[in-house]
Structure formats: C-alpha cells, structure tokens
Design a protein around this ligand. Structure first.
Ligand SMILES: [Fe+2]
Length: 98
C-alpha cells in the first residue's frame, strides 16, 4: 500500500529543477510528527520545465483516506499543472489506499 506523503518528503525532478518538497501541509493532521500533504491543496516549490515555471499539487491522492476534506497525497501520485514528476518518498509506517 502506498505511503502517506508528508512535509519534507521528496517528489521527483521535473525539467531543469531537481527534486523538491511541498511547502504547504495540513496544520492539524500529522504522520510521524510531520504535516501530511493534501492532494489538490498543498503546493510544491516552484520549478520550471525549461520554458514555464509552475507550482503544482499532488493528484489524484488516496481514494480511501481524506485529510481536512481532501485526499491525502501518497507515493506514486503525480503532480498537476502539466508536471510529469511523481511523489517518491513518504512515511515508513503510515499508508493509505491508492
Ligand atoms: Fe513540474
């Protein structure tokens, strides 16, 4: 089962910039002491594909676990805004259904 993606967990590189982390997260739901990232809500650091710069949020998130009303981001999720990166890292012991 995929791992829950948390503040500080890496997502893959896209274009000219390397792997980045979300800079937003839930303030009241944590896994291993780190705020969890919500799909469609919490943005990743701005980066570029070589022509345009963009933020982006995880998509689609878990189909079984919601946080603050939105699906929790999980490893294997993509990033919207035309970004082809993937969430790589997550909790070692907290998971949610894809
Ligand atoms: Fe991107």
């Amino acid at each position: 089962m995929p791992a829950i993606h948390r503040f500080g967990d890496l997502r893959g590189r896209h274009g000219d910039f390397g792997a980045t982390t979300a800079f937003q997260n839930s303030i009241n739901v944590k896994a291993n002491g780190k705020g969890v990232v919500r799909a469609g809500v919490d943005n990743y650091n701005i980066h570029t594909d070589g022509s345009t710069a963009h933020y982006g949020t995880a998509t689609p998130g878990s189909s079984t676990v919601s946080v603050n009303g939105s699906p929790v981001a999980i490893t294997g999720d993509g990033v919207d805004s035309g970004c082809d990166s993937t969430l790589l890292a997550g909790s070692p012991d907290v998971s949610a259904g894809a």
